[in-house]
Design a protein around this ligand. Structure first.
Ligand SMILES: *Cc1c(COP(=O)(O)O)cnc(C)c1O
Length: 393
């Protein structure tokens, strides 16, 4: 029996997909981005759910992620977004994955490999327009086109780019990126390279720029039930599929003035009940990504948060739900144990509490329980060999 686990509501994932497709432009289709294990939810189960809803295209970052989906029987288009190494190409193509090409050398190398192995590869050209990560720059495009015209074993399935500031709603930057993309596509066409599809939108751009939907929109965040940022999404209502839960393992009544946890940073203010749950930072609980302030306003926010923490007030994250009520963490979060201050609430060992756990930082070792129509439909854990198992019940 697990003392910490994650409940994932696949009906909510299906609902979110229907919401996205409700407002998509009629010529476009949704390419579900299920990278990073579908942002921690479980790529196989999420992709299967979406496929059952009619989704025919998926995107991942790595070849391994794509092959894992194929191993679990997923059909349809799978695009590998990230840059790949030549040693990974043969397996990727044999697995029916489509690769992103972001530099000139890869074109001739991949074509050569396909010629030798008797393969044909469908590729998507990644254009650099302002993300500064990967992609072909405008001045490279004449040579790119020439290489492609000679690459008889490659088929250009797509041309795409990725926006850097769509979630910040920096419209002029995003529009500038789009213009570079549009010019790049036009240049390629002038040189004789026509692609089947174009795609530029992530979740934020999908909501803000219906005129940019083109053939595919690449959606991750919205499908897992989040908005890309504050102020987004009056157009659709999303459901949160994710609930991390832990069990109370121990509870005791303590007097006022009791120190709790490492460094005794917490001292009870009244007589109270303390409960210990089986969750800690080894599970990803209380772990937050490193935050670099972008300007004075961010700096002020960090200052306020840290000052509040000094006086024992935690803002936002580490609030736990017990019997429908919100209680604070008492003291430092431990590796696998955390103490809660329940005040006058009663709790017994075995009680369930809901804890905030960042999807992408939740330990993949944790049990995931997949729900459909009020029933557990599948479970996933790491086995002894470290292999991910999905068992339908
Ligand atoms: C992650 C990613 C997406 C999806 O972004 P969301 O904002 O989560 O929808 C789309 N395109 C690329 C290239 C990505 O890396």
């Amino acid at each position: 029996m697990a003392v910490i686990w994650i409940d994932i509501d696949l009906d909510a994932v299906a609902h979110n997909y229907q919401e996205v497709t409700r407002i998509i432009q009629s010529q476009a289709r949704c390419m579900a981005v299920v990278k990073a294990d579908a942002y921690g939810l479980g790529a196989v189960e999420v992709a299967r759910t979406l496929a059952a809803e009619g989704c025919e295209a998926f995107a991942v970052t790595t070849v391994e992620e794509g092959l894992n989906l194929r191993r679990h029987g997923l059909e349809g288009l799978i695009l590998v977004l990230g840059p790949t190494l030549p040693q990974q190409w043969r397996k990727a193509i044999e697995g029916g994955l489509q690769l992103s090409l972001a530099d000139r050398q890869s074109i001739s190398r991949l074509d050569e490999l396909c010629r030798q192995e008797g393969l044909k590869a469908a590729v998507h050209l990644k254009l650099e327009t302002g993300m500064g990560r990967t992609g072909m720059r405008p001045e490279e495009l004449p040579e790119v086109a020439e290489l492609l015209l000679n690459a008889s074993h490659l088929e250009v399935a797509g041309v795409y780019t990725h926006f850097a500031r769509a979630a910040q709603r920096d419209h002029s930057y995003t529009r500038g990126q789009y213009e570079k993309f549009r010019d790049g596509v036009a240049a390629l066409e002038r040189y004789g390279i026509k692609s089947q599809w174009k795609h530029v939108c992530n979740s934020a751009a999908f909501l803000d720029y219906p005129e940019y939907h083109h053939d595919f929109v690449r959606i991750g965040t919205l499908l897992i039930g989040h908005m890309p940022g504050p102020g987004f999404g009056r157009q659709l209502t999303l459901k949160d599929p994710w609930a991390a839960k832990a069990k109370v393992l121990y509870a005791h009544r303590v007097p006022k003035g009791t120190y709790v946890g490492y460094q005794s940073i917490y001292k009870t203010k009244t007589e109270t009940t303390l409960a210990v749950i089986g969750a800690g930072y080894a599970d990803g609980f209380g772990v937050v990504p490193h935050f670099v302030p972008q300007g004075l306003w961010d700096l002020l926010k960090i200052f306020v948060k840290n000052t509040a923490a000094l006086f024992g007030v935690t803002l936002g994250t580490e609030k736990i739900k017990v019997h429908g009520q919100t209680v604070p963490v008492a003291g430092k979060i431990g590796m696998q144990l955390t103490v809660l201050d329940l005040g006058q609430l009663e709790s017994l060992p075995g009680d369930e509490v809901e804890i905030p756990l960042r999807r992408t930082l939740a330990n993949p070792r944790l049990l995931r329980q997949y729900w459909r129509q009020g029933r557990i439909y599948a479970k996933r854990t790491l086995t002894e060999e470290g292999v991910l198992e999905v068992q339908a019940e």
